[in-house]
Write a protein that binds this ligand. Structure first.
Ligand code: CTP
Length: 401
């Protein structure tokens, strides 16, 4: 799990509650410890009916806390929560979720959560009926509205012979989601401009020439930058995904509209990331009314004219200290030739970095994951990343921050 290392040692409280899936909490604790963190298990009495204290103590390398009335002199009921950088509850039963929603402080885990300002990540595990019960649904919504992060549950085999929603998320997923909550605030005070999506060029009032970009990668970058403290402006061209409230969003359709919005926002930005797939050409004229077969006959010729190169313009006019990042979408299957195309493109565009990704019928565009390599202005590879568009976004920001 070394890939999850956030760079410094965190104090993590793992709350374990009474469900069969408590045994999987052991793997979560172990992963945090192996990533170098200081892990304190707070287990409910019910949890210890499923997994023994010695197991958690051996794996966490710390004393397991359970009792509200032990160590009263050290005010443990609030001290543990106050010291935590992160609280992860795994598994969280329906009962625990209800208690958290109500703000109950009847056990050490309850007081720990109430006394803590740390982010709370909850991995529920229960039977499908309990998970979909309106009481649980309302309690989970309450916890979400308070900023807690819910991981899972997954759909799959449950404890009995039944299966459905309610299975604890995999330990790796819980660990990754928990550490993602603690992104470094290394873009605090920075103004970041991100373009995302694909521009569309109108042919007539109802038709356009466009591309298959969904805006997912650009949005993931914008969201990650906002999570790291940046003031983010997202210029979205025909996004298929909804932008979160953590950023200012401007919607555009065509390349010329995108250019106008970028020209307006770029001077006030420290970092500009051009993730949008920009149409290189637009119809020379846009028909006033719908193009009709009767007037066109068997063939239709549309004359296209070149659009301005927004990225090249940005790079040429950037002020000192401003960083401009371009993307290159290429269909070239050969790795060497892909790299050569990327080098040639960054030299042509003049940006500080170029994120090269392969696109195709089933690659890059409109998919959940991405594989990229990043070139610097000299054409050297400074980073390679593969995975979900969110993880690629984080790796890119690690580099840029
Ligand atoms: N871009 C731009 N303006 C354009 C075309 C592209 O700003 N008119 C930007 C894109 O947002 C991206 C980068 O330039 O950051 C590269 O886009 P890409 O489509 O890969 O390159 P092209 O300029 O279209 O080059 P080619 O035709 O050689 O693929």
């Amino acid at each position: 799990m070394a890939g999850h290392d956030v760079g410094h040692r965190l104090t993590i409280v793992v709350g374990v509650t009474g469900g069969i899936a408590a045994y999987k909490a052991v793997a979560v604790v172990r992963a945090f410890v192996l990533a170098g963190h200081d892990v304190h298990v707070v287990a409910t009495d019910a949890a210890l009916r499923f997994v023994g204290k010695p197991t958690f103590e051996a794996i966490s390398r710390n004393v397991v806390e359970t009792d509200l009335y032990e160590g009263v002199a050290q005010v443990r009921h609030v001290a543990i929560g106050q010291a935590a950088d992160l609280i992860v509850i795994v598994p969280a039963t329906a009962n625990t979720i209800a208690g958290l929603a109500a703000g109950l402080a009847g056990d050490l885990l309850g007081t720990t959560v109430l006394a803590s300002a740390a982010p709370v990540v909850i991995a529920p595990a229960m039977h499908t009926e309990m998970w979909s019960n309106p009481a649980t649904v309302a309690n989970v919504a309450t916890l979400r509205s308070r900023g807690m992060t819910i991981v899972g549950p997954a759909v799959g085999r449950l404890t009995g012979s039944d299966s459905g929603a309610g299975r604890l998320a995999e330990p790796e997923e819980i660990v990754a989601a928990a550490l993602a909550v603690l992104r470094p605030r290394d873009l605090e005070g920075r103004r970041v401009l991100v373009t995302a999506g694909g521009t569309r060029e109108a042919l007539d009032p109802v038709r356009f020439v466009g591309n298959r970009s969904s805006g997912r990668q650009g949005l993931a970058i914008a969201a990650a930058a906002a999570a790291r403290g940046a003031a983010v402006t997202l210029i979205g061209a025909n996004l298929e995904v909804t932008a979160p409230a953590s950023m200012t969003v401007r919607h555009v359709v065509s390349t010329l509209e995108l250019e106008a919005a970028v020209t307006d926002a770029a001077p006030g930005s420290d970092l500009v990331i051009m993730a949008a797939a920009v149409a290189d050409y637009r119809p020379e004229t846009i028909a006033e009314s719908k193009i009709k077969k009767e007037t066109q006959g068997d063939r239709l010729t549309v004359e296209l004219v070149r659009n301005p190169d927004i990225l090249a313009g940005l790079a040429a006019s950037r002020r000192p200290g401003q960083v401009v990042v371009g993307f290159a979408a290429e269909t070239e299957p050969d790795d060497e030739r892909l790299l050569a195309l990327g080098r040639e493109k960054i030299a042509r565009k003049g940006s500080d970095f170029l994120v090269v990704n392969r696109v195709g019928w089933n690659e890059g565009f409109a998919t959940e994951s991405n594989t990229v390599l990043v070139l610097d202005a000299a054409g050297d590879i400074v980073m390679e990343a593969s995975g979900s568009k969110e993880s690629v976004a984080d790796r890119l920001l690690d580099l840029l921050a």
